[in-house]
Design a protein around this ligand. Structure first.
Ligand SMILES: Nc1nc2c(c(=O)[nH]1)N[C@H]1C(S)=C(S)[C@@H](COP(=O)(O)O)O[C@H]1N2
Ligand SMILES: [Mo]
Length: 412
C-alpha cells in the first residue's frame, strides 16, 4: 500500500508483479509486455465473491450491496451476509499489513503519533464487542418523494463481532489537549473520480462518543481479518451511530478542536432538519437548519420466517428477529397479526454487550386460514416506540425506522 503499483516510468513494480502472480496462483506469462500504466484485470476486486448469492446489489460504482431481511437471521451477522456501503472505490493497490500505519494527529493532540498494526496488537489490550452498524440511509426507499442516495430497503444493517483496541486507549497514549472536540477519520479508498486530491468520505464523532469503551480500532471481524470491502486491514467501529462514522481502510485519525469538517460532514450529508419539512421541500443547507445524526433510532426486524411464507395453521408459528436502539437498549418488542389493532409482547434477550442488537422471539397462532401480515415494533429504554408509518421525510432520506412487516399465508 505504501508504494504505488507503478514505478516512475509507469511499469508495474516487482512487488505488484509478485502480487499479480499470487492473485492468479500461477506465473504471469508475457509480464515484460505489460504496457506502462496498465492495471492488470486480476487487480479488480470482486466484493461479491465472499457474499451470499441472495445479497441485493444496488450498484457497483461504488459498490453498494444490501442484505434481504431473512438473510439477517443469524445472532451474529456472518461476513457473507453483511451489507457493503462505499462512497468511493475499494482500494486497488496491494495492501501490506506489515507496513500499514495509523497516524493520530490534529490540532488537539499534544504531538502526532504513528502506530504500526503490530504496535496496536502488541502494546494495547484487545477487546471484542458485538456492534450494530447501520447505514444512516437504511430504509431510504420508503420515503416519498424519493431522495438522492442509495434506495436501501431495510437491510443496510449488521451486528458482527469486532476485535481491536479501544480508541480511548490510543488517545490516552497520544495525549490530548483540553480543547479536543471531535475526531475525524481518513481512509485509503480512492474518490470515485480517482482524483487523488479528493476524499471519498471523512467523518467522525464528538469526543464523548470517541472515548466510549466500545469505540474500537478493529483489525478483525468474527475472529478473522476484516475482508477488503469492509476495511482491511484496519477500521474504526462506532456502534449505534450512523455506520458512516465507522471509517474503513483507516490510516489517520485527527483529533479536532472543532466539529470535524471532512467530506460528507457538510450540507445535508448525514444530517436531518431540526424542524419538520414538507415532503420534497427544499430548505437551505445551512448549519442552523440541520443537525448531525448521532445515535440511531429504535428499530427491529423480523428475520424468520421470510415474507411470503406458507404456514400450517394447526401449529403455533415460531417467529424471531433482532432489535436495537442506537446508544440505548431495547426494553420491549411487540408483534401484531391484525394490522396493529392488538399487540402481543415478545420474549427479548439482553444484549451481549452495550450497542449489540438484542434477539426477540414469539409464537403466533392464526385464528383461521387466510392472508395475514405480521408487524413487529420495538420500544427503547426511554419509552420511544417505532412508528407504524414512515417517519418524518427529510432531504437525505435518513432514519426511516418504520416497523417491519411480513406477509404470511396460513393454510389448514
Ligand atoms: N473509508 C470509508 N469508510 C467508510 C465508508 C466509505 O465509503 N469509505 N462508508 C461508510 C458508510 S456510509 C457505511 S454505512 C459503512 C458501511 O460499512 P460496511 O461496508 O463494512 O458494511 O462504512 C462507512 N465507512
Ligand atoms: Mo452509510
Amino acid at each position: 500500500m505504501k508504494q504505488p503499483i507503478f514505478d516512475r516510468r509507469g511499469f508495474l513494480q516487482q512487488s505488484a508483479l509478485a502480487t499479480l502472480a499470487t492473485l492468479a496462483g500461477t506465473d504471469v506469462i508475457f509480464a515484460s509486455k505489460i504496457p506502462p500504466h496498465y492495471r492488470p484485470l486480476a487487480f479488480d476486486y470482486d466484493p461479491l465473491k465472499g457474499k451470499s448469492p441472495e445479497m441485493t446489489v444496488l450498484g457497483d460504482k461504488p459498490w453498494n450491496v444490501e442484505s434481504p431481511i431473512h438473510l439477517l437471521d443469524d445472532a451474529v451477522t456472518p461476513v457473507s451476509k453483511m451489507f457493503i456501503r462505499n462512497n468511493g472505490l475499494i482500494p486497488t493497490e496491494p495492501i501490506n499489513p506489515a507496513t500499514w500505519t495509523l497516524v493520530i494527529n490534529g490540532e488537539s493532540v499534544k504531538g502526532a503519533k504513528t502506530y504500526t498494526l503490530n504496535d496496536l496488537k502488541k502494546r494495547f489490550k484487545p477487546y471484542t464487542y458485538q456492534l450494530v452498524l447501520e447505514c444512516g440511509g437504511n430504509g431510504r426507499a420508503g420515503y416519498q418523494p424519493q431522495t438522492a442516495g442509495n434506495p436501501w430497503e431495510q437491510g443496510a444493517v449488521s451486528c458482527a463481532e469486532w476485535t481491536g483496541v479501544r480508541l480511548k486507549d490510543i488517545l490516552a497514549d497520544v495525549g490530548l489537549k483540553e480543547d479536543a472536540v471531535y475526531i475525524g477519520y481518513y481512509g485509503k479508498d480512492p474518490h470515485l473520480s480517482q482524483d487523488p486530491t479528493k476524499v471519498a468520505i471523512s467523518r467522525g464523532v464528538p469526543m464523548k462518543k470517541a472515548l466510549e469503551d466500545e469505540t474500537l480500532i478493529a483489525w478483525a471481524v468474527n475472529g478473522q481479518d476484516i475482508p477488503l470491502e469492509h476495511g482491511y486491514p484496519l477500521r474504526l467501529v462506532v456502534g449505534g451511530w450512523p455506520a458512516s462514522t465507522s471509517g474503513k481502510w483507516l490510516h489517520t485519525i485527527a483529533v479536532r478542536n472543532k466539529v470535524h469538517d471532512g467530506a460528507k460532514m457538510e450540507g445535508h450529508s448525514y444530517r436531518v432538519p431540526i424542524r419538520p419539512v414538507e415532503p420534497g421541500e427544499k430548505i437551505a443547507e445551512t448549519p442552523e437548519n440541520f443537525r448531525i445524526i448521532e445515535s440511531m433510532p429504535v428499530k427491529s426486524l423480523l428475520t424468520f420466517p421470510k415474507t411470503g411464507a406458507m404456514v400450517d395453521i394447526k401449529q403455533p408459528l415460531a417467529i424471531r428477529g433482532h432489535a436495537w436502539a442506537g446508544d440505548r437498549s431495547v426494553a420491549e418488542v411487540h408483534t401484531s397479526i391484525d394490522y396493529g389493532a392488538t399487540w402481543q409482547k415478545s420474549k427479548l434477550s439482553s444484549p451481549k454487550n452495550r450497542l449489540a442488537w438484542q434477539h426477540w422471539s414469539a409464537e403466533l397462532t392464526f385464528p383461521q386460514p387466510g392472508y395475514y401480515e405480521v408487524w413487529v415494533r420495538a420500544t427503547d429504554d426511554k419509552g420511544v416506540t417505532q412508528p407504524l408509518v414512515i417517519p418524518q421525510w427529510n432531504p437525505g432520506g435518513y432514519l426511516n425506522n418504520a416497523c417491519h412487516r411480513i406477509a404470511v399465508k396460513a393454510i389448514a
